[in-house]
Design a protein around this ligand. Structure first.
Ligand code: ADP
Length: 475
């Protein structure tokens, strides 16, 4: 009985450590705004890098022609072809091929990686078939989505700052990623130009804006997490004299690295960070994204097993890092059977733990809930932080006026769309519900009515193709 009390004690402590009352979320919103300002003020001014993208126009639907894209940055690698029919028909068709990135390539050399990418693309192009013909004299244009922190030099070039999400190919750090790709394509004999180099969030923003021109920001919550938004160029203090036709530029926040003392951080987060290949880095991401949530839950269950006998002797597999994936955690969380059969099955299959009593299984579901709810609410605070920074959070009064130009200053609440992509939002219902609920809670119902969170599909890839069209040499 004393032992069961320990389990309850661990749970209580977790709940307290992860608590995100709206007051705390508002502090995080404000901290996000402060860090955004600092990151825009000077290079290295904040943990938020606030990277320039040089994207100053977003696709508007007039783009025409056939464009290609490559999407590298998460679990899967995708090649795409998109046919654009202009204002009337918009996206006439697209084809996507996706494959997991071979594990060994994630830590090999840049030459191996780009040779693999170029070969995959070449095969894709060669399979274009009879139903589809390109003018042979025309050079193909490609958008490259590369979802790691890049110091952009222009829309079509940029150097890798560091790897995240388990990738580590040291010889690519500091090199121009687009140039490496271009060389590999040329080596393979592919007549194709890398027209844009973008981050996945920027691709998602492009698709969002193509569909709905009230879209001003994009958020990804998948293996990792990040966001971008349209900033006014004169607010980008660190780059004086930056001029664009629209007066705006998309800024890639790299918000996975956001840090604030207001973040509800527990000993599990600290241990996970210490055990990770990038300690002290990506603190926000480590509390939010698919790469980590399952492992936070595993660490809590391990603590419960160590402090009680509800799981018998400490099951060895509970000590294996990342053995509990986030989809499995979600499946336990969303187990609706009265006797939690799915939870039993996952505990058995994953940890080889048999016969956990029902009340123990209920505690585990509760742990999943606490960890996911915190993650979703932190994303909500981040989103409201962006809205506040650009004057779309209602703090300037609710009026509902409209304007079309990107980057135009306004304190009025206009209809505001945030494009969202990533499995945590699109496939994990509880995560999505908690996130939506928290946005409304922070903003208040009246303002929240003007804010639409819209799921895009294949945004990172299709968006890169749309941007390749918007920035193609023929445009
Ligand atoms: P990307 O790797 O490009 O970010 P996704 O957006 O699909 O791709 O995100 C993958 C991440 O989402 C993985 O970490 C995976 O564990 C997690 N994930 C996938 N499906 C689910 C799900 N149904 N519930 C919770 N997490 C999921």
């Amino acid at each position: 009985r004393r032992k069961w009390n320990r389990v309850v004690g661990v749970l209580k402590e977790l709940e307290e450590g992860c608590s995100t009352p709206v007051g705390r979320l508002r502090q995080i919103v404000d901290a996000m705004v402060v860090e955004m300002h600092a990151g825009l003020a000077s290079e290295g001014g904040s943990k938020l890098k606030m990277l320039l993208t040089f994207i100053d126009k977003l696709p508007d639907g007039n783009e025409e022609g056939t464009y290609y894209a490559l999407d590298l940055g998460g679990t899967n690698f995708r090649v795409l072809r998109v046919q654009l029919g202009g204002k009337e028909s918009k996206i006439m068709g697209h084809k996507v091929e996706s494959q997991p990135i071979p594990q060994h390539l994630m830590t090999s050399t840049s030459e191996d990686l780009f040779d693999f990418i170029a070969s995959t693309l070449k095969e894709f192009v060669e399979r274009e078939g009879d139903d589809y013909t390109v003018q042979l004299d025309r050079r193909r244009e490609l958008g490259f989505t590369f979802s790691f922190p890049v110091k952009q030099l222009s829309v079509s070039s940029g150097v890798l700052i560091k790897w995240t999400k388990g990738f580590s190919i040291e010889d690519l750090v500091g090199k121009d990623v687009a140039e490496c790709l271009q060389q590999a394509l040329t080596k393979k004999g592919l007549h194709m130009r890398v027209a844009v180099l973008v981050n996945d969030t920027v691709g998602t923003l492009a698709v969002g804006h193509y569909d709905d021109d009230d879209t001003v920001a994009a958020v990804i919550i998948g293996t990792g997490t990040n966001a971008c938004y349209v900033e006014q160029t004169d607010a980008i203090i660190k780059c004086q004299g930056l001029l664009t036709n629209s007066g705006g530029m998309v800024v890639n926040m790299e918000w996975g690295n956001f840090w604030s003392s207001h973040l509800p951080r527990t000993s599990y987060d600290m241990d996970l960070d210490a055990d990770s290949p990038n300690p002290n880095d990506q603190a926000f991401e480590k509390m939010i994204s698919g790469m980590y949530l399952g492992d936070i839950v595993r660490r809590v269950i391990l603590r419960m097993a160590q402090e009680s006998d509800i799981l018998g002797d400490v099951p060895p597999r509970l000590t294996v890092p990342f053995i509990l994936s986030t989809p499995l955690m979600a499946a336990m969380h969303e187990d609706e059977s009265s006797d939690l059969t799915e939870v039993s099955r996952i505990l058995k299959d994953t940890f080889e733990i048999d016969d956990v009593p029902l009340k123990g299984r209920k505690v585990i579901v509760r742990v999943c809930d606490v960890v996911t709810r915190r993650a979703a609410r932190l994303v909500a605070a981040g989103i409201v932080g962006i809205l506040k920074k650009i004057g779309r959070d209602g703090s300037g009064g609710v009026t509902g006026g409209r304007s079309k130009s990107i980057g135009e200053p306004s304190n009025k609440v206009r209809r505001t769309v945030v494009a969202i992509e990533g499995s945590l939002y699109s496939s994990y219902n509880m995560f999505r519900e908690y996130l939506n609920e928290a946005v409304a809670e922070i903003l208040g119902e009246e303002v929240a009515q003007h804010v639409v969170l819209k799921v895009t599909e294949d945004g990172p890839g299709i968006g890169a193709a749309l941007l390749a069209a918007a920035y193609s040499s023929s445009n």
